[in-house]
Design a protein around this ligand. Structure first.
Ligand code: ADP
Ligand code: MG
Length: 421
């Protein structure tokens, strides 16, 4: 399938050419026609599969329809997203895709001055990207009106629910016009997500391209057993010997992130830390510096990093094993984006064995263990449990999409790659 088969307007096709996108990702080929068909959509696909463009492109296409002669900058699309960084990122994508269109958008989120956001809203926008809390503040101050909303998007819905935004979302929903198109995107269909769907969406088409326990087939991941006290030393050794050009490093705690970052800095390995205690400005700057290759290492906690799209990330390092198994999938999903190859390693000490086991259970797969000479642990990792056998099929990000919808059952060619390992 090509973008030109999707009935998107020409200015969009041109912008996609500029972005050097060759063809739609599986989730995009499923979701875009469904949205253009005016249906509500709930879609699950692993991170890095191009969900943003899957909703932004058809919305832009519809907003720029010449039949819709409304140049009044009426806010017609509302996109809710969990974090400030994601809001800014989606806004950037909208800008890029709409460069040949007369569309105005803005992003509002906490941690930045509300006054500036009010001014932008006053000038009028077509699309608003927002985090729930700040949006409600703006609403209470009468700086935003929802009466023209035609499109309501919940992006990274599972993360929003994890972060406790359920009540804010429900409050916002009640303020929206009844007649609207609801588009809900998530990495996984959790129970909480499904219960929210019932309240938000109207006979939605369900589209699923992957499940929670799938890691991309294009990601090589393995664990290095090591004693806890020697983790930092091993990390530095790996950075030196493996010559990572850049890596995203995850730690369990904010404090741990800072400590590690200071250690890297001491060794003249350029790095920054991002976590909840850093100011918004600080986090944005660190992310920019990393994206522009001005620093080599970005040390992050889970909340700070989930959903962030960092281009050309080849390497993810789990300095600590994530305490929530699902976060493993999210973390290593930072690499191998959009079909590129990625690598992820996890440093595991004996006390983290249970967490590792939880992950292996979730993935239904043992993760390869590689001991690094000189760092063999004195406290060895127990032998992994036998896991239920997994049927071997075609798996991974670009496997054949599974479309559970009742209608819209277009057959897509099987472009899947078989899983390596
Ligand atoms: P998700 O929301 O599913 O985690 P994103 O929307 O952040 O994924 O997209 C991940 C990356 O893939 C982004 O860098 C985006 O620019 C890129 N991308 C999206 N669609 C395509 C495409 N059709 N071809 C190539 N790259 C794409
Ligand atoms: Mg996303």
């Amino acid at each position: 399938m090509k973008f030109s088969d999707l009935n998107l307007s020409n200015p969009l096709i041109r912008a996609l050419k500029d972005k050097k996108y060759e063809k739609p990702t599986p989730i995009q080929s499923k979701v875009i026609p469904t949205i253009l068909n005016n249906r509500d959509v709930i879609a699950a696909a692993q991170t890095g599969t191009g969900k943003t463009a899957a909703f932004v492109l058809p919305i832009l296409s519809k907003l720029s329809d010449p039949k819709d002669n409304d140049k009044g900058r009426k806010m017609k699309a509302l996109i809710l997203t969990p974090t400030r960084e994601l809001a800014a990122q989606i806004r950037e994508s909208i800008d890029a895709y709409s460069k040949y269109l007369d569309i105005r958008s803005t992003a509002v989120y906490g941690g930045a001055r509300i006054h500036n956001q009010q001014l932008k809203l006053k000038k009028g926008v077509d699309i608003l990207v927002a985090t729930p809390g700040r949006l409600l503040d703006l609403y209470r101050q009468k700086s935003v009106s929802f009466i023209n909303i035609d499109f309501f998007v919940l992006d990274e819905a599972d993360q929003m629910l994890d972060m406790g935004f359920i009540n804010d979302i429900k409050t916002i929903m009640k303020l929206l016009p009844e007649r609207r198109q609801n588009l809900m995107f998530t990495a996984t269909f959790s129970d909480l997500f499904r219960s929210l769907v019932k309240e938000v969406a109207n006979k939605p088409i369900e589209i699923s391209v992957t499940s929670d326990n799938e890691t991309g087939a294009n990601i090589d991941h393995y664990v290095h057993p090591v004693d806890k006290a020697r983790k930092a030393e091993l990390l530095l050794n790996l950075i030196e010997n493996e010559n990572f050009s850049q890596a995203l490093i995850f730690t369990k705690t904010k404090h741990g992130a800072d400590r590690l970052q200071k250690r890297l800095e001491k060794l003249k390995i350029t790095s920054k830390a991002i976590h909840g205690n850093k100011t918004q400005n600080n986090r944005m700057k660190a992310l920019e510096a990393f994206k522009k290759n001005k620093i080599r290492m970005l040390v992050a906690t889970d909340v700070a990093a989930r959903g962030l799209d960092i281009k050309n990330m080849e390497q993810v390092i789990n300095f600590d094993v994530p305490t929530v198994a699902r976060d493993y999938v999210h973390r290593i999903g930072r690499t191998g984006r959009a079909g590129k190859k990625g690598k992820a390693i996890t440093l595991v000490s004996a006390d983290e064995f249970r967490l590792l086991q939880d992950i292996e259970k979730l993935l239904k797969q043992k993760i390869k263990r590689v001991e690094i000479p000189g760092f063999e642990p004195e406290q060895p990792l127990p032998v992994a449990l036998n896991l239920p056998k997994k049927k071997h099929g075609k798996k991974g990000i670009f496997r054949k999409p599974k479309n559970n919808s009742n209608s819209n059952r277009s057959r897509s060619r099987n472009r899947s790659r078989s899983r390596r390992r």
